[in-house]
Each structure stands twice: as C-alpha cells, then as structure tokens.
Write a protein that binds this ligand. Sequence first.
Ligand SMILES: *[C@@H]1O[C@H](CO)[C@@H](O)[C@H](O)[C@H]1NC(C)=O
Ligand SMILES: *[C@@H]1O[C@H](CO)[C@@H](O)[C@H](O)[C@H]1NC(C)=O
Ligand SMILES: *[C@@H]1O[C@H](CO)[C@@H](O)[C@H](O)[C@H]1NC(C)=O
Length: 598
Amino acid sequence: MPPTFTVTAAGENRLTKQNSLKRIIIISTVVLVVIFILANFWTHYQQRTSSLTSIALIPGEIHWKECIPAVENVECGRIIVPKDYFDAEAGTASVALARYKAKKFPRKGSVFLNPGGPGGPGSRLPITTGSALAKVIGEDWDLIGFDPRGIGSTMPPTRCFSSQISNTVLFANTVIEQGITVSSISDLSSPLLYDQLVEQHRQFLAVKEAHAHLCGEMMGNELKYMGTATVVRDIDFMSRVIEGEDEKINYWGISYGSILGAYLVNMLPHRIGYAVIDGIVNPVSWSNEPSHKWPINWISDAEKTYQIFLQDCSKAGPSSCPLCEYKDEPWQNLERRFEEFFDAIALNPIPVPFGNRPGVLTSGGARGLLVKSLQRPLEWPKVAKSFSSAMAGNGTALYNAIVRPLPLADLDSPEPHISPRLAVTCLDSPRPTSPDEFPTAEDLTEQGLKALREVSPHFGLSTGVSEPDGGCQYWPVDGPERFTGPWNATLETKMLIVSNTADPITPKSSGLLVNSLMPDSSVIIIQDGPGHCSIFLPSLCTAKLQRGYFAGEIPKNGTVCPVDLATFPDEESDKHIQMLSTEDRELLKALRDLEAMF
Ligand SMILES: *[C@@H]1O[C@H](CO)[C@@H](O)[C@H](O)[C@H]1NC(C)=O
Ligand SMILES: *[C@@H]1O[C@H](CO)[C@@H](O)[C@H](O)[C@H]1NC(C)=O
Ligand SMILES: *[C@@H]1O[C@H](CO)[C@@H](O)[C@H](O)[C@H]1NC(C)=O
C-alpha cells in the first residue's frame, strides 16, 4: 500500500487546503483522460461479454472445466446469475467458481467458502488451500470457493481506474496508504495534535471523494450489485443450481466472511444447513452505522493482543526477538521503545530510497503496520526483526510491508484492495446522503480521539492501513437491497461461531454478541490465544471441533480451545509438537499450510 503524510519538524502539517484543491483539479483532469481511455476499455469489455453471451447468458448456466494451470482434485467454473434479483431487466453477472471435490463417499454436499476482506477472491481457496481445508471441514464435502460480486474474476469486476498505476498513484503517499500519524499518544488533549489530525482527515476526505467520483464515472450503475445482501442471494441461487432446490446451504467464512455468514443465516434461515463463522465482525454495527464508526468496535481487544506480543517477545529473548535487550525484560520497556520510535519518526520520517518504491516510512504507516501484524502471530518473529531494523534506522523492510512495487499498467488483472472493498462496504452501511450529514474532518478526528482515549491508547486511529474504509458519503450508488437485521433467526442446525480471546481486529465481544442474539440457534467456541481468526494460530482442538460439527456433532457452547503453536518457537514448543500423535501432527501440518496460504 502507498504512503506518506508528511509532518514537518515543527509538527506542522504541510498539506494545505490549496493543495487539496489543486489535487481535486488534477484529479478531475485525470478523470477526463480516464473517461477517454475507458471508451476503449468498455469496447473491449463488451466484446468479452458478448462472446460470453453467445455461449450462455441464461441464469443458471454453469460450466466446469480444468483450472489453468490444472490443480489436482480441483475444477474451475463459472455460473451465470441474475445481476439484480429484483429486476430481471438488469441482465446477468458471471460468478467465478472453483471446487475442491469430495474424496470420501457418500458425498454430503457442498460447503460455500468466503476468505474475508471484503475483496478476497474466494475462488482461490479450493486451489490454494483445498486439501488443507478438507482436513478441517471434512473430505466428504465439496468445497466451493467463489469470487463475490465485483471481486476477482467475477464479471463485471470493480474497475474504478484505467490502470493499476493510476489506482496506486491516487493513494500513494496519502493517509489512505500510510495511515494517520498521531504525533504522540502521550497528550491527547494537545491542540497541536488536534490540528494535525484534522489536516490529515481533510486529505483523507478529499482522496475518498476523488476515488468515489472515479468509481462512479467508470462503473455507473454497475456498482449497485456488490453489496453483501446480493451475494447472499447468489449463494442461494448457486446452491439451488449445484445441489438442487431442496438441499440446504452449507457455509464456512472468516473475518468479513462472518458478515456474509451472519447475513446469510438471518436473511434465509430456512435454507441453512451447517454454517461456521470465525473471526466475528459485529453485523449490527456493520449494517446500521456509517463505516467510520466501525473501527472503534473492531479494536477492543487490540491492546490485549499487543501486550501478548510484547510479553512473548520478552520471554523469547533477543536472539529470536531483537526488540528486547535481554530475556525477560519487562514488556513495558519494549512498549516505551515503540512509542519513542513512533514519536521520533512522526517528526522525522525515515527515508527509504531502495524500497519496493522509493519513499519514506511515516509514523502512521509504522503504527498501522504494527497493529496489522498483531493479526498473524506466526509472523511475529519476522515482524520483530523488521521493527528492530527500522528502530536502528533501516526502514526498508517495514516500508515494503506497506507499499507494493509499482504494478504494470495491466488492464486485465483485477484491481487490488480498496475499490472492491468499498464497493461492498459502501452498499452495506447506511450512507449519509445530504452534505450537512457528511462527517467532517473534525468529526473523524473526534471519533479517532475517542477510540484512543476509551478503547485502544496505541491503535485507536491506526486501523486504516489494513481496513481502508470510510468516505461512503461520496459513493455514487445504492444497492437494490440493504439488509439491516433482525439478527435473531431460528435455525434448524445451530451455527458454529469461533472467536479468539485476543483478536486485534475482530474481538471476542462480537462473537458473543452474535451468539447472544441467537442463543438457541448458535454455539460459540473460544480459542484461547492471540491473532485474527482461529486459523492464524493453529489449534488442533478448534480444528477437530469444526470437523466434528460438519459431521453432525454440535460442540458444547462455550468450549475453550488451547493453541498448539508458539508465537516465538523454542525447545518447549518443539517438544509439545514431538509428543503429538502422528495423526495430530498431520492435522497440525495442514493447519500450518492453511495459515500460510491465507
Ligand atoms: C536495510 O534492510 C533491507 C531489507 O531488510 C536490506 O536489504 C538492506 O541491505 C538494509 N540496508 C542497509 C544499509 O543495511
Ligand atoms: C427478533 O428481533 C426482532 C427485532 O428486534 C423482534 O421484533 C422479533 O420479535 C425477534 N424474534 C424472535 C424470534 O425473537
Ligand atoms: C454460550 O457460551 C457463551 C460463552 O461462554 C456464553 O456467553 C453464553 O451465555 C452461552 N449461551 C448459552 C445459551 O448458554
């Protein structure tokens, strides 16, 4: 992702309103050029669709063939679905699919998968993780991944830019890419800090507005069909085509996949068979609050996870965690060192001439990356090295984790990251429509300060690097349907909810909320460990309970599962693995593979 909001040595923001204006003028010019280039793109796109038309554009048509390149036991395909379930005139969409086939018989049916995001192309899951996932879900199921609307190879795709270069350039060196810099968390009532945050949020709003205009120009009404409610209807439609009218829908989804899962079971409770959601996002807030209000809820366990990271590092000692000076150093020392580093580079960002792109590492970028890294405990040793090298003056490794190399100007590869994500979140959340309801830079600043004061003193304003939401007030369209609850559906088979005790972005409280709204139609299991979703720090217990669930054994509500891998591996954790049965070691290997492929 791109970087740099620059703060001068005096702590004054260089960005002025004039610059924002200039930016808007430049962007408008770019838009004109883009429209011109688009004429070409649309011709190209329409040719592709019409060649598809000649084969089949009847909803329900489905084609399976070998994947390219071929993958053992996996087939790839496409299904034609109604573009708009409330308007037959709208035509069709073509959803990209992949299926890891059941290896054990009798085959039980299909499980639809979602990898999160929103923006994650699920058709990759059977290809990259099929055999590992089958060990968790069961070898007697077909595992079906699909690219949700607007995402990956599903057509039409979300295309807001004429090329990936122009996509990268809009966000490069802005707060969207580099996160918001909090010059110091030590005095949140400082008027200087307030002004700096307001300036950064002005830039944030201007870039979001430009982005939304581009999406509107490029996509127009095609943007209306990416919302989660439409994807729920697609799953229902696909299940009827693939498994037959009367077969139940089975589902497995993590992170944003828990939103899709919560919508699915609450919109179509009578259609649901087995459903697992893992890493729970609060669906009530998601569907009823504007997206800038979401993060305050998401980060409620971020501090807890951060403390585990610091403690585990100190326990591991400097040989595997160079952030500590000696083994068992008080974790508060490490925390202080991090704050000194963030404060220092807020004043003097680190030049990175030889990174993925030449640029600078800002405090906002580094802090955003730290909270993002808390999601993946198995990466902590690597993260510790990158931060320790940045603290010693070399920001390259950290910067490269934020900023990708400049992409080739490739029209045909899907647009990464931000546009497909907003295409979903801006249709799901309520969108302020009159300008006097639009959140101002001051509103966003107050919201951020509230999060820093009340929820997470280190990361209250730092989730933007990993979750670039917001600005939906500028989004050009609404969807045909927006689901906002109720969330208390009655299911024939209880849904399985999985939450970790220390998940920095999808807190346990959200799992408990979904569980409490469906007390008789769900069970929750709690994985006792840090990280985002159960799969990022493997637990044999969690995996076996899921496998049992898909075989018809509903786990006891409230079961707590330990994890089986250490964040900083040592002799003791190696011994634990050696003592496992062969079967458990094989399952653990599958879980590691799963972690690595996500
Ligand atoms: C800085 O770190 C990068 C990536 O870790 C490394 O390739 C490079 O050699 C380092 N530069 C210096 C001057 O040590
Ligand atoms: C579910 O919630 C809705 C709205 O809060 C309420 O009207 C309805 O009675 C609830 N249904 C059940 C089965 O509890
Ligand atoms: C299920 O377990 C959770 C977590 O322990 C608990 O909060 C909840 O009340 C339980 N639900 C029921 C119906 O017992």
